[in-house]
Unconditional design. Structure first.
Length: 481
């Protein structure tokens, strides 16, 4: 085999399909038994009416590729009627994760596509949220990483790259996906194996990865890129790139490049994607989601997706929790190896490396503090005006109420007093009867919506009513309110 070549289509798809078919047959059999014994709700429906998939990235990125592939299989296998995909990119998936963890229990069955990028971002940013806050459902695949460069660049092989990394005194610029992603973890792990300081290398992250990484590499500003093989599919003009090595333990079928171990570096790393659910979902819903995803992964349609994207088959569901924990430990270990040294541009690097950097830091801090002060001042003024307006609105509401229901108000006030409501609760009760929403009441009273909701619950309890509708109906039956 001639190493250092580009990926080729070839005829490896059939061989790969054959290699995983035996294992998949056993998995399919197990999943059929699970459907019969473990999830009567799903079996009774035959197909789930609706499913939402949360993608912690942009359309076209790695997370989206997995979500789209899973959605295609769920539809083609007749497992779900309607699938909605919701995108929430940013911070290596941490923004979407924080939003998903903070949401109440979903109204419709919902799954979250997670992976090693989120583990890496959480470790490097010391995030208060992590994949531990979600319920693991199943691993979708294992994805080999590749080290790629331009064909017209100065490096022709893995051996040349390793020699350059060991001997070049200037920083070597790498480009890849999001900061904290497996792309960056591969660079740190490689530097660690070579015994080189992390600061010798600059990793330029590109949220979303994919074709953007290829464009940056072709611009000529970066020597080499680390990316997953699935993201390499999005590169334009792939014939202009040379794959130097793959990070997985075994070669990727159809890719003419050695593994890192073949190149003398005892290192093997895989990216992976998986399915998670909210821990606020009920046990029955979690069981249905596990059976649903397991049925999809056991299907021939999913085997075709593995072949299509060059993915390796996932681990068995019972091993998924251990895989997550191992990935978390790996990310934390690499994050602590050294301080990350990310630069967005080589010109910026020259400025920040010079003596002017301290002046720039001071100016930047001063500007940030000034902007924060201005923002807080504007927010305080706006809040003051809003409170004043709401107070005026409250007075107007009280006046209208007095004019429209003077007689009824006496009786209603008497009833509210008999229930032992406080002055604040009586005010809120009147506004509830006028049809104001909790948010409007909170604004009018200058308090939080949560406080108003708690006071409303107290009102219902004292009046012996179950909810807002019953409370209002009690008075509508007797008064022209």
């Amino acid at each position: 085999m001639t190493h250092g070549g580009a990926a080729s289509g070839g005829s490896w798809g059939k061989d790969r399909l054959s290699a995983i078919s035996g294992r998949r047959f056993l998995t399919a059999l197990a999943m059929m038994l699970a459907m019969l014994l473990g999830a009567p709700g799903l079996l009774a429906q035959d197909r789930m009416p609706q499913l939402e998939i949360v993608v912690p990235g942009s359309p076209g990125g790695g997370f989206d590729k997995n979500a789209q592939a899973l959605a295609r299989v769920l539809r083609s296998e007749g497992l779900v009627d309607k699938i909605d995909i919701r995108y929430s990119p940013g911070a290596g998936g941490l923004i979407a994760l924080a939003q998903f963890v903070g949401e109440p229990a979903p109204d419709v069955p919902t799954i979250f596509i997670g992976g090693t990028t989120i583990l890496g971002a959480a470790a490097q940013n010391r995030s208060v949220v992590s994949l531990d806050d979600l319920a693991p459902i199943a691993q979708l695949n294992r994805i080999g990483l590749i080290i790629v460069t331009r064909r017209d660049g100065p490096v022709d092989s893995l051996a040349e790259l390793l020699t350059l990394m060991r001997n070049k005194t200037e920083r070597i610029e790498w480009v890849g996906g999001s900061p904290g992603s497996k792309d960056e973890m591969l660079l740190i792990a490689l530097a660690k194996k070579l015994g080189l300081p992390r600061e010798r290398f600059t990793f330029i992250g590109n949220p979303g990865g994919g074709g953007v990484v290829g464009e940056r590499l072709l611009d000529g500003h970066h020597l080499v890129a680390a990316t997953s093989f699935e993201e390499f599919e999005a590169f334009a003009n792939r014939d202009k790139f040379r794959i130097l090595a793959v990070s997985s333990a075994t070669a990727i079928p159809g890719v003419d490049a050695p593994t890192l171990r073949d190149g003398g570096i005892d290192l093997a790393m895989d990216d992976w994607k998986g399915v998670f659910a909210s821990r606020k979902a009920s046990p029955d819903e979690l069981a249905q989601l596990r059976v649903l995803v397991a049925a999809a992964l056991a299907s021939p349609a999913w085997r075709a997706e593995l072949v299509r994207h060059g993915w390796a088959a996932p681990a068995q569901p019972e091993a998924f929790a251990q895989i997550i924990e191992a990935g978390k430990r790996e990310a934390e270990d690499l994050a602590s190896y050294t301080v990350p040294n990310r630069r967005s541009d080589s010109a910026v690097r020259e400025i920040l490396d010079g003596p002017w950097r301290y002046f720039l830091y001071a100016i930047s801090v001063a500007l940030v503090l000034m902007l924060i002060a201005l923002f807080e001042e504007r927010k305080a003024r706006r809040r003051k005006h809003e409170v004043l307006a709401k107070e005026q609105e409250l007075e107007a509401i009280r006046d209208r109420t007095a004019e429209q229901a003077s007689g009824e108000r006496t009786e209603i006030s008497r009833q509210l007093g008999e229930w032992g409501l406080s002055t604040a609760e009586i005010d809120i009760a009147w506004m509830i009867l006028k049809g104001l929403q909790f948010k409007e009441i909170a604004g009018a009273r200058g308090t939080s919506e949560r406080t108003v909701r708690q006071q409303a619950q107290t009102i219902y309890a004292k009046s012996g009513m179950a909810n807002r509708t019953e409370f209002a109906a009690h008075f509508l039956e007797s008064y022209r309110f």
